[in-house]
Design a protein around this ligand. Structure first.
Ligand code: GLP
Length: 247
């Protein structure tokens, strides 16, 4: 794992978008490997990256025809039309602006009647494409990745997750009131993230400082899920100077 220390939120977004644009641009589909598989996050951090991907598509630099996406997580109980659902977020910030076929987009269904089956089927679907090539992610203030809260085993696969009070409070900024925030989510597991061939995590703003410092100490601790990145041989955390004010 490597920390890449940049100055501004803009430089973080440009750095990450450039990696993705290059990989999408270079990808040559073959019979054995017809799709580049991206793992995608929501949250405010990836929005400027998505803007850059949309721009690159509009400028004709990249196409998403040979890209398959798996979103990291979704709230339990929110329909895709709900403005705070991650389905809605992804359409608004990325999918409706690009040429990805809708049947190459996978997002966990938080309305599924059988949530456990939804999770096991999602893992199977990821495996059917040969796993995730590039997993993009943000980081929670408490070090969570996707919705894997502290104490989630590093070996976890896609599962139903009870959200911590901290996460509910942090995410309540997007809802009318605290009581509107779902208390459960579906999330890919830490093992699912770790299985990705390449992991790119972004951390911007000083609220992420504690989490980034814990990871950079080199420890592996289930109290800070993102520390699992320390064991991965192709993972980076791209930070702005407020999230990692070293150098
Ligand atoms: C949510 C998402 C995470 C995301 C985190 C940070 O909890 N489930 O995937 O990384 O928020 O969000 P933000 O980028 O807005 O700080």
């Amino acid at each position: 794992m490597q920390i890449i220390n940049l100055k501004t939120i803009d430089s973080v977004a440009t750095h990450v978008a450039d990696i993705l644009i290059q990989r999408i641009h270079e990808f040559q589909p073959t019979e054995q490997k017809p799709f580049l598989v991206l793992g995608l996050p929501t949250g405010s951090t990836p929005i400027p990256v998505y803007q850059r991907l949309v721009n690159a598509f509009q400028e004709g630099i990249i196409s998403f025809k040979h890209v398959v996406t798996f979103n990291m997580d979704e709230y339990v109980g929110l329909a895709p039309e709900h403005k705070q659902s991650y389905h809605y977020f992804m359409q608004e910030h990325l999918f409706q602006h690009i040429d990805i076929p809708q049947n190459q987009i996978y997002i966990l269904n938080g309305m599924a009647l059988d949530l456990e089956t939804e999770c096991t089927e999602y893992e199977k679907k990821i495996a059917s494409f040969g796993g995730i090539d590039i997993q993009l992610g943000g980081i929670g203030e408490n070090g969570h990745l996707a919705f894997n809260e502290p104490k989630t085993p590093f070996t976890s696969l896609t599962h139903v997750q009870q959200l911590t009070q901290n996460t509910i409070e942090v995410n309540s900024r997007f809802f009318d009131s605290l009581s509107d925030v779902p208390t459960q989510a579906l999330t890919i597991g830490l093992q699912t993230i770790f299985n990705a061939k390449q992991i790119i995590i972004m951390a911007t703003g000083n609220k992420k400082l504690n989490a980034v410092q814990t990871v950079s100490s080199g420890q592996l601790s289930i109290n800070c899920p993102a520390t699992l990145l320390n064991n991965h041989n192709n993972a980076i955390i791209v930070c702005d100077e407020t999230a990692y004010p070293h150098n």
